[in-house]
Design a protein around this ligand. Structure first.
Ligand code: SAM
Ligand code: SF4
Length: 318
């Protein structure tokens, strides 16, 4: 079992397989970075898998593949299959913007994937274009449909932004309820890379939904970062509230970048690399680095203190 320096059990690994992205979301990567990580610096699927196996053996039970846009990394389904074949019971999902899903949904399903988390911030063409800085809505909706058609379970992530998509919270909720997808609204986390400056906080999101629906707060499920709320008809939606003081109290996450950096917290710049250890096939050393990173995992982020993080979401994978 993996325990961090604040006695929290860590069983959730998020792997960013690439920092590259085909969108330029205003809250994440509005501009192309000065330079991308060169391809030769990326850990191969074989190398990443060595670490994945060791992490599973140490107690990781939940893995998310993310990015940047993970579907930009070639043959992602082969990596999914490696993980699935090693540990079929692992809770494995991909977080994606859905743009490329019409091409890859079937391969991912065949590789053993069962679930996807998809970002959808607007159902209006112009607003989706404004947020992603590209005309994306038709492809995103086609991607969602393709995933649904092959039987992948879908959760939708939405970042509500002031005066951008805040008038659409109810439309998005109803879209997801009608399709039987869970929706999770994520409070915008201020970071120095973003060009939008203000998101809606949980109370503001709830106030908008309350204009049309009655709902109750429900028991938080396990270590989920999302607080659940239930409409009177039983439909559940979530809000991810990183600005709340106790948000980090049961954090169970560790993040690995495509270059091999282990990042203990989304907010801070700290990281240690497992790349050399993994390339030498020294798994014990990689696990020691993991335990060292966990020992020094910060107790809390600082978003609640009205600070801005300098960490790039596209690098850590959100
Ligand atoms: N490209 C994929 C996608 O957009 O789903 C995966 C990577 S993205 C970094 C992962 C998640 O982080 C997405 O749900 C995105 O909305 C969220 N995210 C990115 N920047 C954020 C920010 N500043 N505040 C809150 N969530 C953010
Ligand atoms: Fe790309 Fe996802 Fe970041 Fe948008 S949120 S820029 S789709 S990595």
């Amino acid at each position: 079992m993996l325990i961090d320096g604040h006695n929290r059990k860590v069983n959730y690994l998020r792997i960013s397989v690439t920092e590259r992205c085909n969108f330029r979301c205003q809250y994440c990567m509005p501009e192309k970075p000065f330079s991308w990580v060169p391809h030769e610096n990326l850990l191969s699927y074989e190398d990443l898998f060595l670490f994945v196996k060791a992490s599973i053996d140490e107690g990781i039970t939940k893995i998310r593949l993310t990015g940047g846009e993970p579907l930009l990394r070639k043959n992602l389904h082969t990596f999914v299959k490696m993980i699935h074949d090693y540990a079929p019971s692992i809770d494995l999902a991909i977080t994606t913007n859905a743009f490329l899903l019409p091409h890859y949904a079937q391969d991912l399903k065949d590789a053993g994937l069962t679930r996807l988390n998809i970002s959808l911030d607007s159902l209006k063409k112009e607003t989706a274009h404004y947020i992603a800085k590209k005309d994306v809505l038709d492809e995103v909706l086609a991607g969602i449909e393709a995933a649904d058609k092959v039987g992948l379970k879908i959760k939708i992530n939405c970042v509500p932004l002031k005066d951008v998509n805040d008038s659409e919270m109810i439309d998005l909720l109803e879209f997801c309820r009608d399709k039987n997808y869970e929706i999770r609204f994520i409070e915008f986390m201020e970071n120095s890379h973003a060009t939008v400056k203000q998101g809606l906080d949980s109370k503001e999101i709830q106030a908008i939904i309350a204009q049309k629906y009655k709902f109750t707060k429900t028991q938080k499920e396990g270590n989920s970062p999302s607080q659940s709320y239930m409409l009177e008809d039983g439909y559940k939606f979530g809000i991810i509230e990183p600005h709340l003081d106790d948000f980090c109290s049961d954090c169970n996450r560790i993040r690995l970048t495509a270059e091999g950096y282990l990042i203990p917290c989304l907010y801070f710049e700290d990281a240690l690399s497992i790349a050399d250890a993994i390339k030498k096939k020294d798994i014990n050393e990689a696990v020691n680095i993991l335990k060292n990173v966990l020992k020094n995992k910060p107790e809390k982020n600082k978003w609640g203190e009205e600070n801005t993080s300098t960490r790039a979401f596209y690098e850590t994978g959100g």
